[in-house]
Design a protein around this ligand. Structure first.
Ligand SMILES: C[S@@+](CC[C@H](N)C(=O)[O-])C[C@H]1O[C@@H](n2cnc3c(N)ncnc32)[C@H](O)[C@@H]1O
Length: 265
C-alpha cells in the first residue's frame, strides 16, 4: 500500500492520465502483477514467445513499436532491442520502475500518449478526437507493431469517466467506449508494417465449484475476426479480488492484423 502511494507520487503523469484513473491503474497493475507473478507467468511467456516468433520471421527489422507497453512484461524487449535498430514503447503512463529498468536507452524511445485519442476531447480540451498514431503510421521504417494487451483497456476508463460526468456524456455519442476500441483497430489497419494484436476480450467470473457467475464482453460489442490463438489469463485468482471468486480473462492473438472493416454489437 505504501509502495503504491509512493509510486503514484513519484510517477510523472499527464493530468489527463490522472483524471481518467490511468496512473492509479498502472500502479495497481504493477502491484497485482507482482503478487500474481506465478499466475500470470504463463500468459506473459506466451505473449513474449508469440512476438519473438513474429519478429524473427520478418524480412526487415528497422523499427518496432509496442503499443500499451506498460510494465513491458509481455514483450521480449531484450530480443527486440537486439534485433531491431530501434524500439518505441508507447503508453499513457511509464512508471519510474520501467524507466529505470530500461536504462541505458540506446535504441529505445518512450512515447507518452493517449491511444484513444479522445481523452482531451472528452475533457473539453480539444474540439475533436486526435489521430494518436499518425506520425508512427507515416513512418516507413516501422516494420513491426505490437498492440500488447492494450485494446480492452481503452474502453473502460472512458466508460467510467462518462458515468462520472453525466452532463458532458449527454453531449457525446453514447457508444464512445466501443468507438475507442474500433478506432484502435482502424489505427492498426493503417500501418504498412507487420501488426500483431494481443488482447483480452472476455472476462469470466467463476465460483470455487466451477459455476460461472458472470461473463463480461471486454470489447463492448465490437466484433473481431476469428483469432489465431487464444488462452486463459487468471487475472484475479481466488483470494485476489474476492475470496470465493476468480476472474479469468480470455486472451486472443492475431498474428497479422490486416484491414478491418468494423462491426458492432
Ligand atoms: C494490461 S496493460 C498492458 C500490459 C503491458 N503490455 C505489460 O507488459 O505490462 C495495459 C496498458 O495500457 C495502457 N493504457 C491504457 N489506456 C491507455 C491509453 N488511453 N493510451 C495509452 N495507453 C493506455 C496502460 O497504461 C497499461 O500500461
Amino acid at each position: 500500500m505504501l509502495a503504491e502511494l509512493a509510486l503514484r507520487a513519484l510517477t510523472p503523469a499527464a493530468p489527463l492520465a490522472r483524471r481518467f484513473g490511468l496512473l492509479q491503474e498502472s500502479v495497481a497493475l504493477w502491484s497485482r502483477g507482482y503478487r500474481q507473478r506465478k499466475a500470470w507467468a504463463g500468459h506473459h511467456a506466451r505473449c513474449r514467445k508469440l512476438v519473438a516468433d513474429i519478429a524473427a520471421g520478418l524480412p526487415r527489422r528497422r523499427k518496432a513499436v509496442i503499443l500499451g507497453s506498460g510494465l513491458v512484461r509481455d514483450v521480449p524487449l531484450t530480443a527486440l532491442r537486439e534485433s531491431f535498430d530501434e524500439v518505441v514503447l508507447v503508453d499513457i503512463v511509464h512508471l519510474p520502475l520501467v524507466r529505470l529498468r530500461l536504462w541505458p536507452r540506446r535504441n529505445l524511445r518512450l512515447l507518452t500518449r493517449d491511444l484513444t485519442g479522445a481523452m482531451a476531447w472528452l475533457a473539453g480540451e480539444a474540439q475533436a478526437r486526435a489521430d494518436p498514431l499518425a506520425d508512427l503510421i507515416a513512418d516507413e521504417a516501422v516494420d513491426l507493431v505490437v498492440s500488447a494487451n492494450l485494446l480492452s483497456q481503452l474502453a473502460w476508463p472512458v466508460a467510467d469517466w462518462l458515468e462520472d460526468h453525466p452532463e458532458r456524456a449527454a453531449a457525446l455519442p453514447a457508444d464512445l467506449p466501443a468507438r475507442c476500441i474500433a478506432w484502435h483497430l482502424e489505427d492498426l489497419s493503417r500501418f504498412k508494417g507487420h501488426v500483431c494484436l494481443i488482447s483480452d476480450v472476455e472476462m469470466v467470473e467463476r465460483e470455487r465449484d466451477g459455476a460461472i457467475h458472470d461473463r463480461l464482453d471486454l470489447m463492448y460489442g465490437v466484433k473481431l475476426p476469428p483469432e489465431d490463438e487464444s488462452w486463459p489469463w487468471p487475472v484475479a485468482p481466488f483470494g485476489e479480488a474476492a475470496r470465493d471468486r476468480e476472474f479469468v480473462h480470455r486472451v486472443c492473438a492475431w498474428r497479422e492484423w490486416r484491414e478491418w472493416r468494423g462491426g458492432g454489437a
